[in-house]
Design a protein around this ligand. Structure first.
Ligand code: ATP
Length: 206
């Protein structure tokens, strides 16, 4: 099993951007959001349970989960949110454990937006946090998703604070500066960490 580097950060902090840079170095990337979509894909037993609970309206015309509709239903309803989390979290965890277990590369980048919130730090050998100030986070996420500042702020309020997240970090990438230098400063930080993770993975093997 590969050495596991958990990559986390708040909404819009730059996790995908950083994960892509590791991927360009041929490091396998497992993304919790993709796993979360896989467990409720069309035809899955979990999707049937969600439909049985919330009704057919939760499906798109193509028979897939209407994630926006589901989000709206549970956002202000703690009871429904808990029901959904109790259904999804064990399945997502099992699938992620499976995907991590079959890796053979020296190390793997495991992208988990809610790594700390969902108590998954213990599954990692190392935690890498992408850090930006809340104002930059808000501006980038609102622009990317074409969402209001208010919605992004609401989502940010459901995530741990910047300070809390940094307490769990073994390594930090500061992503405050804009891509003015074509991301060269980020590539350099990723390259330095890549060398470190290869060494740590090797040490763990021995
Ligand atoms: P989420 O958790 O919301 O999916 P994320 O943490 O994966 O977000 P990204 O999607 O990588 O974040 O970045 C958010 C947005 O900010 C994207 O549009 C990305 O292109 C942009 N971005 C990331 N880093 C920088 C940077 N250094 N300068 C300018 N824009 C950036």
């Amino acid at each position: 099993m590969s050495y596991i580097v958990g990559l986390t950060g708040g909404i819009g902090s730059g996790k995908s951007t950083i994960a892509d840079l590791f991927s360009a170095l041929n490091v396998p990337v497992i993304d919790a959001d993709i796993v979360a979509r896989k467990v409720v894909e069309k035809g899955s037993p979990l999707l049937s349970e969600i439909v049985a609970h919330f009704g057919q309206n939760i499906l798109t015309e193509a028979g897939e989960l209407d994630r926006a509709a589901l989000r709206k239903l549970v956002f202000n309803d703690d009871k429904q949110k808990h029901w959904l989390n109790d259904l999804l979290h064990p399945a997502i965890r099992t699938e992620m454990q499976h995907q991590l277990a079959v890796q053979t590369a020296p190390y793997v980048i495991w992208v988990v937006p809610l790594l700390i919130e969902n108590n998954l730090v213990e599954m990692c050998d190392r935690v890498l946090v992408v850090d930006v100030s809340p104002s930059v986070q808000l501006a980038r996420a609102a622009k990317r998703d074409n969402h209001s500042d208010e919605l992004i702020q609401k989502i940010m309020a459901t995530q741990v604070s910047r300070e809390e997240r940094l307490k769990s970090a073994d390594d930090v990438i500061y992503n405050e500066a804009n891509f003015s230098d074509n991301g060269a400063h980020l590539k350099q930080q990723v390259l330095t960490l890549h060398q470190l993770y290869l060494e740590l993975a090797e040490e763990k093997c021995n």
